[in-house]
Design a protein around this ligand. Structure first.
Ligand code: 26Q
Length: 843
C-alpha cells in the first residue's frame, strides 16, 4: 500500500490495481484482466483463461522492477554479463515468479477466495521447453542466480517456435509430437520490434580501399538477409528488486529483400524467401548421439549470435560509449560451442562494420569471451565442413583463416618444430575432409575456459583440450555446476521448505550453506518423523498421479528408485534394466525371497534419430509389461516409464525419490545436475565416480552415498588392456541368465530379434562397460535394499543429504563465475515507488 504523492490529498490510501498486493486488490486485478485481456465473462472462462488472467496480474507486479533494472544498467557504468546459449530450458514462469516476488501466499488466498485453485492454474502453463536437458536447464538456473545476486545480466538465445518435442509412448515405443508451446499465446514475453536487427548469409566478399584512411577493407555482399526480432522475458531475482532480461530472437524475412523479387513479378519466390527465413527459428534441434553438421543448425547459431552482438553494440551506442570499451561493458559467456561463431562475428562487426583494425579488435574479442565446455565425448564436438561454412559465411571463413594463421605463429614460438601439435591445435581439421573446429575456435578466442565439475575439468586438461591446456594453462578453471533452490526446493517441495524454515529460518533459500544448521536435527526424533511423513505424503501424491496417467498402482511404501534424464547409452538406463531383470529372475527362482518392495521409475526423451536410445525405452516398457502383470511379483516390483519428462514433471519427481540413479560410465557425464536436485530433496544417490557425483559424495559423506563401479582411470586402463565383455557373461551365471532372458524374447512376446541390437552390443562391444560394472551395481543395490529396512537410519542419511548440499546452489556457481571469469559486481536496484503513477510524460 502506498501514499499517493502531492497531487492527491495526502490522507487517502489507495492501492494501484496493477501493483497492489491486498487480497481485494489482487482479486479485482485478476477479474479485470480476465475481462479486458482475455475478453471473457467468468461464466465462459476456461482454465487457460484463468491462468492467463493470473499471469498478467503477476506480470503487472514485476514490470516496475524490470524497467527500473534495465534503466539503471543503461545509465550506470556497470559491466553486464551476456549469457549466450542456444538453449534456455526455463520451465513454467508463473509459480517461480510468485516465489521470487514473495507473493505466493497472498495470491493463493485471493485465488481461493475467487473459488479457484492455484495449483490447478499453475498446471495450465505450457512450459517453454527451449532446451534438450542439462545444458539448457543450467542456463535457466544461472539466470535465476544472476538476478538473485543482483548482477546485471542478459540471457541471449533463440525463440524457437517449437521447443523440445512432446513424447508419447505407443506400444512401448517413443513417438515425437510437435511442441506447440505458443498455441495459446505467451503472457511473459514482450516483443521489441523497434530493436530488430538484420543478419546476412551467403554471397561473396569484395575487398576495397578505404577512401578516408587508405586501408584495406572487406565488404560482404550476402545472398540473403534475415531479420531478428527480440522477445523479452523478465527474469526476477529472489526477493530483490532486480529483474534481468532473457532476450530471445525470432527470425523473419527482411522486407527490403522481398521487394526485389516482388517487383520483378516473382511473388511466389518472394513468399518462399520469407518462409525460408522464418525457418531459422522454427525448431529446436534435439541433441543426437553423434554430431551432425546441418546447415540450418549453423544458420541458427549465426543468427542468434549476430543478433545478440549487434544488440550489445546498439546498447553501447545508446550510452554513447566508445566501442573500444566493449570488453569493459560486456562479459560474454559461451554455453558450449553452439555460440562460438561469436568470436568471428565480433571480429567482423568491429573491423568491417565499425572500421576498427585487427589488433584492436582482437584485443577486445579475447578479453570479452569465456567458454564453458559440457562434454568429453569426442564425437559430440562441433565441427563444420569448410565448404558449408564458406558458402554460408564467406567472410567468417576468411577471418577464421587469419585468426588461425596468427594463432599457429604463436604456437610455433612456444613449441618449435612440433608439426603434430600444430595440426591438432589448428582451427581447421585437415586430416580428411576439411572442417572448422568450433572448440578450438572457442579456446583461442576466450580469456577463460572451464569445465562443469572437478573431474570433468581435470579430464578436459588431460584429453580433449590437452593441447590448449599446454598452450594456455592460465585460461583453465573448474566451475562445478549448481541448481537454483528456489525452483527445485521452495517451489517444487513446499512441505520440505516449510519444515526446514520452521527450524532454521528462511535465509537458507539465499544462502544454501545454511542448510548445515539442520544437521543437529538428525538426533531429534520428532523432526525425523515429520521429515519421513513429508516424503511419504509426496510419494503418495506421485502415486496418485501415476494412477491417473497410467492406471498402474504403485505402493508409496516401496523404495521409489528413479532415473530421470535424457536417454543415452552412456547414462546406462539399460544397466538399471539389467538390475530389474535380475530381481525378477531371483523372485521367479525363489518366490519367498525376502526383498524390499521397489518401484522403478524412468523418465526421459531419446533423440529422434538415436536408434539405440529408442530401443532402450522399448526395453524398459517391455520389461515393465511383464513384471507389472506377473502375479508372482505382485506387491514387490513395479516398473513405470513416466512419459514426456520435462521441467514441470521433474518438479514433481525429484521430491518423491528415495533413490536417485546416477550410474553413467565414469568419465562420461560432464557433471549432471539432476543428481543435485534429487539429493537436495533428500534422495540418496546410487552412483559412479563420475561428474559432480564425486563432489556430492564428498559433501554428504561416503557413508550417506551408495558408490559402485569402475573409476574413470580404471575404465581407461581396462579398455587399454583389451576389454572383453563376453568374459563377464561367461563367468557370471546371474548376468548370463539376465542376458539370456532378454535375448530369448521373454520380454518381447517371443521375438528374439527385437532386443538383439542391445544384447549384441553388450556382448561384443559394450563401449560403456555395463558388463564390467554389473556385479558391483547389483551388490550395491543389495545394500540399498538392506539399508531401506532400517527406516530410522535411512531417514537420518536422507536428512544429512539435504543438510550438506549447500555447495550445489547455482548461487555459489555464479559467484565463482563473477569473481574469477566475469569480474562483475552486484548493482542493487532502488525502486522509485511513484514513477509508474505519473500522469504526465517527463520526456
Ligand atoms: C549439437 C549439435 C547439433 C544439434 C544439437 C547439439 C546439442 C544440443 C544440446 C549438443 C548437446 C546438447 C546438450 C548437452 C548437454 O545437456 N550437456 C550436459 O550439460 C550439463 C550442464 O553442464 C551437464 O551437467 C551434463 O553432464 C551434460 O551432459
Amino acid at each position: 500500500m502506498q501514499t499517493v504523492p502531492n497531487s492527491m490529498p495526502a490522507n487517502i490510501q489507495i492501492e494501484d490495481d496493477r501493483t497492489g498486493l491486498e487480497t481485494e486488490t489482487l482479486k479485482r486485478a485478476f477479474l479485470d484482466n480476465l475481462f479486458y485481456i482475455q475478453g471473457k465473462f467468468p461464466a465462459l472462462a476456461t482454465p487457460n483463461d484463468y491462468y492467463m488472467a493470473l499471469a498478467y496480474t503477476v506480470r503487472d507486479r514485476l514490470l516496475r522492477r524490470w524497467l527500473s533494472s534495465a534503466e539503471l544498467y543503461t545509465n550506470s557504468g556497470s559491466r553486464t554479463v551476456c549469457y549466450l546459449s542456444a538453449e534456455f530450458l526455463m520451465g513454467p514462469h508463473l509459480g517461480n515468479n510468485l516465489i521470487n516476488l514473495g507473493i505466493y501466499n497472498q495470491v493463493n488466498q485471493a485465488i481461493e477466495e475467487l473459488g479457484l485453485n492455484l495449483d490447478e492454474l499453475l498446471q495450465q502453463e505450457e512450459e517453454p521447453g527451449l532446451g534438450n536437458g542439462g545444458l539448457g536447464r543450467l542456463a535457466a538456473c544461472y539466470l535465476d542466480s544472476l538476478a538473485s545476486l543482483e548482477i546485471p545480466a542478459i540471457g541471449y538465445g533463440i525463440r524457437y517456435e517449437f521447443g523440445i518435442f512432446d513424447q508419447e509412448i505407443h506400444n512401448g515405443w517413443q513417438v515425437e509430437i510437435t511442441d506447440k508451446w505458443l498455441r495459446y499465446g505467451n503472457p511473459w514475453e514482450i516483443a521489441r520490434p523497434d530493436w530488430a536487427v538484420d543478419v546476412k548469409f551467403g554471397g561473396h566478399t569484395e575487398s576495397f580501399e578505404d577512401e578516408l584512411e587508405g586501408r584495406f577493407r572487406v565488404r560482404w555482399v550476402p545472398y540473403k538477409v534475415v531479420r531478428g526480432i527480440p522477445y523479452d522475458t523478465p527474469i526476477l531475482g529472489y526477493k530483490v528488486n532486480t529483474a534481468n532480461t532473457l532476450r530471445l530472437w525470432s527470425a523473419e524475412a527482411a522486407e527490403s529483400f522481398d521487394f526485389a523479387a516482388f517487383n520483378s513479378g516473382d511473388y511466389l519466390g518472394a513468399v518462399q524467401q520469407k518462409s525460408d527465413s522464418e525457418n531459422i527459428s522454427k525448431v529446436l534441434y534435439p541433441n543426437d548421439e553423434l554430431y551432425r553438421g546441418k546447415q540450418l543448425r549453423l544458420e541458427q547459431q549465426m543468427f542468434f549470435v549476430s543478433c545478440s552482438l549487434q544488440d550489445m553494440i546498439r546498447i553501447m551506442a545508446g550510452q554513447k560509449l566508445p566501442l573500444e570499451d566493449f570488453h569493459k561493458k560486456f562479459a560474454i559467456q559461451l554455453n558450449d560451442t553452439h555460440p562460438a561463431i561469436a568470436v568471428v562475428e565480433l571480429m567482423r562487426l568491429l573491423m568491417d562494420e565499425h572500421s576498427m583494425d585487427w589488433d584492436k579488435s582482437w584485443a577486445i574479442v579475447h578479453n570479452t569471451f569465456g567458454y564453458t565446455n559440457h562434454t568429453l565425448l569426442p564425437e559430440a564436438l562441433e565441427r563444420w565442413p569448410i565448404r558449408l561454412f564458406g558458402e554460408l559465411l564467406p567472410r567468417h571463413l576468411e577471418i577464421v583463416y587469419e585468426i588461425n594463421r596468427r594463432f599457429l605463429d604463436d604456437v610455433r614460438i612456444k613449441f618449435p618444430d612440433d608439426g603434430d601439435r600444430l595440426s591438432r591445435l589448428s582451427l581447421i581439421d585437415e586430416s580428411g575432409e576439411k572442417y572448422v573446429r568450433m572448440a578450438n575456435l572457442a579456446c583461442v578466442g576466450s580469456a577463460a575456459i572451464n569445465g562443469v565439475a572437478a573431474l570433468h575439468s581435470e579430464l578436459l586438461k588431460q584429453t580433449v583440450l590437452k593441447d590448449f591446456y599446454e598452450m594456455y594453462p592460465e585460461k583453465f578453471s573448474n566451475k562445478t555446476n549448481g541448481v537454483t533452490p528456489r525452483r527445485f526446493m521452495v517451489l517444487s517441495n513446499p512441505r520440505l521448505e516449510t519444515l526446514i524454515t520452521s527450524k532454521i529460518g528462511d535465509s537458507w533459500i539465499k544462502h544454501l550453506d545454511e542448510l548445515h544448521k539442520l544437521e543437529p536435527f538428525v538426533n531429534d526424533p520428532a523432526f525425523c518423523a515429520e521429515f519421513r511423513q513429508i516424503k511419504h505424503a509426496i510419494k503418495q501424491d506421485l502415486a496418485n498421479y501415476i494412477k491417473v496417467k497410467t492406471n498402474i498402482d504403485v505402493n508409496p511404501n516401496s523404495i521409489f528408485d528413479i532415473q530421470a534424464k535424457r536417454i543415452h547409452e552412456y547414462k546406462r538406463q539399460h544397466l538399471n534394466a539389467l538390475h530389474i531383470v535380475t530381481l525378477y529372475n531371483r523372485i521367479k527362482a525363489n518366490p519367498n525371497l525376502d526383498i524390499t518392495p521397489r518401484t522403478f521409475l524412468f523418465g526421459g526423451k531419446a533423440a529422434p534419430g538415436y536408434y539405440m536410445a529408442k530401443l532402450i525405452i522399448k526395453l524398459i516398457n517391455s520389461i515393465g509389461d511383464v513384471v507389472n502383470r506377473d502375479p508372482d511379483i505382485a506387491g514387490r516390483l513395479k516398473v513405470v516409464f513416466l512419459t514426456d519428462y520435462n521441467v514441470k514433471f521433474a518438479q514433481r519427481v525429484y521430491p518423491a525419490a528415495d533413490l536417485s540413479e546416477q550410474i553413467s560410465t565414469a568419465g562420461k557425464e560432464a557433471s549432471g545436475t539432476g543428481n543435485m536436485k534429487f539429493a537436495m530433496n533428500g534422495s540418496l544417490t546410487i552412483g559412479t565416480l563420475d561428474g559432480a557425483n564425486i563432489e556430492i559424495r564428498e559433501e554428504v559423506g561416503a557413508e550417506n552415498f551408495f558408490l559402485f563401479g569402475l573409476s574413470a582411470e580404471e575404465v581407461v586402463a581396462k579398455k587399454a588392456a583389451g576389454y572383453n565383455p563376453m568374459d563377464y557373461y561367461a563367468s557370471n551365471p546371474e548376468l548370463k541368465l539376465v542376458i539370456d532372458r532378454i535375448s530369448s524374447g521373454f520380454f518381447s512376446s517371443g521375438d528374439g530379434n527385437l532386443f538383439k541390437p542391445i544384447v549384441d552390443d553388450l556382448l561384443y562391444r559394450d563401449e560403456y562397460m555395463l558388463m564390467a560394472d554389473y556385479q558391483a551395481y547389483i551388490d550395491c543395490q543389495d545394500q540399498v535394499d538392506h539399508a531401506y529396512r532400517d527406516q530410522d537410519h535411512w531417514t537420518r542419511m536422507s536428512i544429512l543429504n539435504v543438510a550438506r548440499m549447500g555447495k550445489f546452489s547455482s548461487d555459489r556457481a555464479i559467484r565463482e563465475y563473477c569473481e574469477d571469469i566475469w569480474k562483475v559486481q552486484p548493482v542493487p536496484i532502488e525502486l522509485d515507488e511513484y514513477r509508474q503513477t505519473q500522469t504526465t510524460l517527463n520526456l
